[in-house]
Design a protein around this ligand. Structure first.
Ligand code: GDP
Ligand code: MG
Length: 421
């Protein structure tokens, strides 16, 4: 998939004249990828139409209509978090507070979730860890009363970022939305943030829209981007709330929180791999002593079968490899389909067995013509696999080599500079 998208875009950028057909071909490839990433059909269709309009209007002024989010240090503002139960609100509230605290804000957390048992304890624990003042009650069952009390208290204490964590339900229920409406009315939030789990997929549009209808959602945060889901639903949430994604959650810990950046998000969505994230992750995947060597080889543009073999080895050593795998260019969508890790691991092992029957010359060559019929047959015999299996492995190699060839010309950090990657 990633390969075909890159190819489509490549073809398009190589074309001297971008005609209707070139554009359509490219858009069709992208559409396919988006649909497979849980982006809503209607949205993809709208996007297609919009892109065509934009391409036709060549004098279109690039106008940004994204609303500025107005919060000012030193001036009390109230931020209310909404979303279904389990979406990550409480965790994200603390991350958001912690993030701003480090930037000099004075945040505070208010627990208006009286629905879930233990909600206050969870917020209290998080807040204590981050040294952020908090407010809540074990006795009071009225979320409106608690949130008003909390907001008033922290305004008096000169907190400038008062964060109200609300309850969720497993489902979208009338009672939940009524509660959200009441809390919002009482606390008059400057910003309402809709929190969504990256894996909700197609349900994102309806869910986000339902919240937007009861409270004035102004921003979206997508959580659990460290998992398999590509977060295509986020685009639906953006469309439903007409609000930007501002942060993403990338883990359970307080500092696993990033300002949303559209480029890696879209390339991950399209299956092209997240290059910047990949560069961060390479340190975890590749043993320290092999890193400079690997990067050197890649920067020379030589993705040999031996490099593929070594990468497979590294990946298998890591055990449950979901997170890093999804970051590796080319390794995610085709080689490691979602939910089929066991099979994929078996496949990788099979590839490695066949590569064990290869000569050094074959492993170290980056000349695709070297692998002729007699060599393929010898490898098949040597590894006890079929010619077809060997061909499949070589196809996989070609696919990865093509993707990884983009690493060519990469700036290589000197030894000891790895952390600055
Ligand atoms: P709430 O019900 O909306 O308040 O959700 P919680 O904040 O209690 O989160 C539900 C679960 O999701 C918890 O186990 C969190 O640790 C987990 N969680 C939240 N955000 C992330 C994230 O970005 N990545 C991962 N892996 N887990 C997360
Ligand atoms: Mg919660």
């Amino acid at each position: 998939l990633g390969g075909s998208i890159s190819r489509a875009i490549q073809q398009m950028s190589n074309a001297t004249i971008i005609d209707e057909k070139a554009l359509n071909d490219c858009l069709n490839e992208i559409t396919r990828a988006l649909l497979q990433s849980d982006v809503q059909f209607k949205l993809v269709r709208d996007m297609q139409t919009n892109i065509k309009k934009i391409v036709n209007l060549d004098d279109l002024a690039a106008g940004h209509n994204k609303r500025k989010i107005i919060q000012q240090k030193g001036k009390p503002s109230v931020v209310m978090f909404v979303g279904l139960q389990g979406s990550g609100k409480t965790t994200t509230c603390t991350k958001y507070a912690y993030y701003h605290q480090k930037k000099g804000w004075k945040p505070a957390l208010v627990c208006a979730d009286t629905f879930r048992a233990g909600a206050f304890d969870q917020l209290k624990q998080n807040a204590t860890k981050a040294k952020i003042p908090f407010y809540g009650s074990y006795m009071e069952s009225d979320p409106v009363k608690i949130s008003v009390e909390g907001v008033e208290r922290f305004k008096k204490e000169n907190c400038d970022l008062i964060i109200v964590d609300t309850s969720g339900r497993h489902k979208q229920e009338v009672a939940l939305f009524e509660e959200m409406r009441q809390v919002a009315e009482a606390t008059k939030p400057d910003l309402v943030i809709f929190v969504m789990d990256s894996s909700i997929g197609q349900a994102a549009f309806d869910q986000a829209q339902a919240f937007k209808q009861s409270v004035a959602v102004g921003a979206v945060i997508v959580t659990k981007m460290d998992g398999h889901a590509k977060g295509g639903g986020a685009l639906s949430a953006v469309a439903a709330t007409k609000s930007p994604v501002i942060f993403i959650g990338t883990g359970e810990h307080m500092d696993e929180f990033e300002v949303f950046d559209v480029k890696p998000f879209v390339s991950r969505l399209l299956g092209m791999g997240d290059w910047s994230g990949f560069m961060d992750k390479i340190q975890e995947v590749v043993p320290m002593d092999q890193q400079p060597e690997l990067l050197q080889k890649l920067s020379e543009g030589n993705f040999t079968l031996r490099i593929m073999y070594e990468q497979f080895q590294n990946l298998l050593k890591m055990g449950p490899i979901g997170q890093v795998f999804s970051m590796l260019p080319g390794f995610s969508s085709e080689l490691m389909p979602k939910g089929r890790e066991k099979e994929s691991q078996a496949k990788i092992k099979r590839y490695m067995t066949m590569m064990d029957s290869m000569t050094n010359e074959e492993l170290d060559s980056s000349n695709p013509k070297l692998m002729n019929e007699s060599r393929i047959m010898r490898i098949a015999r040597g590894s006890g696999r079929s010619v077809r299996d060997v061909m499949e492995m070589l196809e996989e190699y070609k696919r990865l080599a093509k993707i990884w060839s983009k690493m060519k010309g990469l700036k290589i950090p000197k030894k000891g500079e790895m952390s600055a990657l």
